[in-house]
Design a protein around this ligand. Structure first.
Ligand code: PLP
Length: 284
């Protein structure tokens, strides 16, 4: 495996940043995960646009121009011979003596790694996955794809301990915000696709945005609005979306069956449409 660190392609085992990198000291950095499906980068433009937005919100300069980053992304994929993989990109504010204030002349660090993956198992796709709800204990800038992920780490661990695949985080008003590393969707009894609108309270998933566009093209009725846990229990279908899960059916929530307990047709249709958009067959 080959990684990229600040201008060099290095063996994965030797890829490292300095202990005074602000990513390490303060989680002062942002990231993106772009999937490689059948050798193709999925939703590359969307992920680069969001990276630019996250950097802008934190006033971190681009470490290299986006066009150069695209070349590096392809080179990392090529050097890893990856057909189905997760390409991870992280930008930190850079190395500076530990001080909360921004350093005067930051030299942001750029790291890319690539890991081959099968995404999900065929069984997970065929049967759907269980989720559990947990309180959303995160900060109020969830729209920034920050590497400060401790709340999501704790949420995912709760899911694992409950035998679930993902944790749906719930705000104090009882509405579902999103998964620990995915966006949350339901289909109402009337067949309306519902997902929370983009705001500071969720990360606006790139896969989410593509799925909404595809739903529009397919004539599937949808609403961007918050929904409650109760509404999710009563949904006809539920699913999650992310770069690595695409659209993955959720068939149990907190131990209750969603709909008839099997993956629903809208999730299947949207997953298929997403794969057609990416231009590769479903890898699962
Ligand atoms: N929400 C959160 C909190 C995430 O961490 C992620 C991805 O990791 C998503 C949503 C899905 O975003 P995307 O579709 O861009 O992968």
């Amino acid at each position: 495996r080959i990684a990229y660190v600040n201008g060099r392609y290095v063996p994965h085992g030797e890829a490292s940043v300095h202990v005074e990198d602000r990513g390490f000291q303060f989680a002062d950095g942002v990231y993106e995960v772009v999937t490689v499906v059948g050798g193709k980068l999925a939703d590359e433009e969307g992920h680069l646009a969001r990276l630019g937005r996250s950097l802008g919100e934190l006033q971190i300069p681009w470490p290299v121009k986006p066009a150069v980053l695209k070349v590096i992304m392809r080179e990392v994929v090529r050097r890893n011979g990856a057909q189905n993989a997760l390409l991870y990109i992280q930008v930190n504010r850079g190395v500076a003596p530990r001080d909360f204030r921004f350093p005067a002349n930051p030299r942001p660090s750029l790291v890319l790694t690539c890991r081959r993956t099968k995404f999900q198992t065929a069984r997970q796709l065929a049967e759907g996955v269980p989720c559990v709800t947990v309180p959303d204990i995160r900060w109020l800038r969830r729209d920034i794809k920050s590497v400060a992920l401790l709340a999501q780490v704790l949420a995912k661990q709760k899911a694992v301990e409950a035998g679930a695949f993902e944790a749906w985080q719930v705000d104090p008003d009882g509405t579902v915000t999103e998964g620990s590393s995915s966006n949350a969707w339901i289909v109402t009894a009337d067949g309306v696709l519902v997902t929370r609108p983009a705001s500071n309270l969720i990360l606006n998933g790139i896969t989410r945005q593509s799925i909404l566009r595809l739903a529009g093209e397919l004539g599937i009725p949808f609403e961007e609005r918050p929904f409650t846990v109760e509404e999710a229990y009563a949904a006809r279908e539920a699913f999650i979306s992310s770069a690595s899960t695409f659209a993955l059916p959720v068939t149990r929530l907190d131990g209750r069956s969603i709909g008839d307990g099997t993956p629903g047709p809208l999730c299947r249709k949207l997953r298929q449409a997403y794969m057609e958009y990416v231009g590769s067959p479903d890898p699962v």
